[in-house]
Design a protein around this ligand. Structure first.
Ligand code: FAD
Ligand code: SF4
Length: 491
């Protein structure tokens, strides 16, 4: 036995204990919820997952429901061990509390030491996802045939990322999870806390859609591998108005609560490929997300340091407008954006391309303050944790790090959204129009963004062409003036 293990709410799977009988400490801190607004569904998931784990562990766990972590630590007494928490703030907290031994983090395929060793080997070269991913595939022996990648290729991106099929995807619904008395009590508590002003909840309530126990998480993983993995690759970047999930896994909350380990998910996908159940392009695409992107983002969070969240290379200073902050989908005419906001309000979930190319893209084009944008994403998504939000928003989505993470900004006009979705057909705007009544706000916003930053991006090999195209626009000045006039009004 190795002492009592403190389990944070994102450390709930069996692999956070050294042995199944190890005594545990679980803390439900009201103060942790009071810090910022939080989507009702996210608050429900966190509380439900913690309370379910406490119930599962029974007498093995000391479950303390209190104000702050400091109070809980004092109440718990004795010595504690904890797997390194996932945020800068929580690591500072456990470092200053007495009698707490901090162990290496768990729940990721590539640990911080392995990442540092890899980054060291890169020397002054860029820390590219593709290189990181290949190193991880080899080290973790995922989708490898000896020293070679399965199928002779590392990357199947070229075979993936197709537009949505006309008529949509006909996949079974993702598994539903039956709520129990713990869920009902969570709901009653959240109602009471909201009434007393102890928490500020956003979004809508509804039946729980994501796993809160290890058993439910395994059910979700098996259902994904069976039903969605075969189509995962081709539809990765597609968006459909009537289908928020497509072939995505919906596994991020279970992964981020520590109920699933990314390497076990990658192995489950590989087994499906080896058994002939899923094509290599889809399996590779999924594995890339997990032991590639997820672990890369986790490690960049530490590598870039705590000040990374304050980066604002594009000097974006506009506040996030109220209609966006309040998820007022009805006040938005632009179909893609209205649909995305309604989806976030209802589910606390939108898949990657909606986050990046609709919600994030709109914020980037308008020059909204990246810290506020990070807060917005953090508050409104069921899978929002600091380590994953900060690099994804500051680096990938808002280009606020000036290109440390992504060599070019993820900014796009209506043509991209039109190609990858079915939104535009029913929209009041036209994706090809940039000026006048029917001007698509994404298309006009794209040119206004380039106009604002043309000097910076003229020297960027991947942006030089768009900047040259901007210089050829006869109506450039009018488009920019139109966008200024739109200001922070809903589009
Ligand atoms: P799938 O498409 O099925 O992908 C499988 C898994 O890969 C995901 O569950 C996730 O664990 C992992 N993954 C894929 N891309 C990334 C990535 N860029 N970073 C980290 N993990 C990744 N993901 C979060 O888990 N929490 C967040 O708070 C979060 N915020 C984001 C904010 C922005 C602006 C953007 C652009 C992306 C964000 N992501 C975040 C990454 C990604 O969008 C989500 O992980 C994914 O959409 C979750 O849905 P899914 O489980 O159906 O994913
Ligand atoms: Fe979105 Fe523009 Fe298409 Fe309308 S026309 S759905 S605003 S991309």
């Amino acid at each position: 036995m190795s002492g009592r293990r403190w389990l944070f709410a994102d450390q709930l799977g069996p692999h956070f204990l050294d042995d199944p009988g190890q005594p545990a400490l679980l803390v439900e801190s009201r103060a942790a919820f009071a810090r910022r607004p939080v989507h009702r569904r996210r608050a429900h998931l966190v509380l439900s997952a913690l309370r379910h784990r406490a119930a599962e562990l029974g007498d093995q766990a000391l479950f303390i429901q209190t104000g702050t972590y400091e109070q809980a630590r004092a109440e718990a007494g004795g010595d504690l061990t904890v797997c390194a928490p996932t945020t800068w703030a929580a690591r500072r907290l456990v470092a200053r509390l007495p009698g707490v031994t901090v162990l290496p983090a768990r729940g990721f395929g590539t640990g911080e030491e392995e990442f540092a060793a890899w980054a060291g080997r890169r020397g002054k070269r860029r820390l590219l996802l593709e290189d990181f991913y290949r190193d991880a595939r080899t080290r973790l022996d995922v989708l490898m045939d000896g020293a070679e990648p399965a199928g002779g290729r590392w990357n199947f991106d070229g075979d993936n990322r197709e537009p949505p099929p006309s008529g949509g995807l006909t996949l079974p619904a993702p598994p539903a999870f039956e709520e129990d008395e713990i869920d009902r009590q969570v709901r009653r508590d959240l109602d009471a806390w909201q009434r007393s002003g102890d928490v500020r909840l956003t979004g809508e309530d509804g039946p729980r859609e994501f796993p809160v126990t290890r058993a439910e998480a395994l059910t979700a993983l098996r259902a994904f591998v069976r039903d969605r993995l075969p189509g995962f690759g081709p539809q990765q970047d597609a968006m459909l108005a009537g289908d928020p999930v497509l072939a995505h896994s919906l596994l991020s909350p279970a992964l981020n609560h520590g109920l699933l380990d990314p390497v076990e998910c990658a192995h489950a996908a590989e087994d499906a490929y080896r058994a002939g159940h899923a094509p290599l392009a889809s399996v590779e695409g999924f594995v890339r997300q997990l032991i590639g992107w997820r672990d890369y983002v986790w490690n960049l969070y530490w590598h870039f340091g705590d000040e990374y969240r304050d980066r604002n290379a594009l000097r974006a200073r506009h506040p996030v407008p109220r209609w966006f902050a309040e998820l007022e989908a009805e006040s938005v005419t632009a179909r893609c954006l209205s649909d995305a906001l309604a989806q976030v309000r209802a589910h606390g979930y939108a898949h990657h391309i909606i986050r990046l190319m609709v919600l994030g893209n709109y914020a980037l084009q308008r020059g909204w303050d990246p810290r506020e944008v990070t807060e917005w994403f953090h508050a409104n998504f069921v899978d929002g944790y600091d380590w994953v939000m900060v690099p994804n928003v500051i680096g990938m989505s808002q280009h606020a790090d000036g290109g440390l993470m992504a060599t070019k900004p993820y900014v796009g006009g209506g043509a991209y959204i039109n190609r990858m979705s079915d939104y535009c057909a029913d929209c009041a705007y036209r994706p090809t129009v940039r000026l006048g009544e029917q001007a698509c706000p994404f298309t006009a916003g794209y040119w206004a963004f380039l106009d604002r930053h043309s000097a910076r991006f003229a020297g960027n090999a991947r942006m030089a062409r768009p900047v040259r195209n901007l210089e050829r626009l006869a109506d450039r000045g009018q488009v920019v003036a139109q966008e200024k006039e739109r200001g922070s009004d809903p589009p």
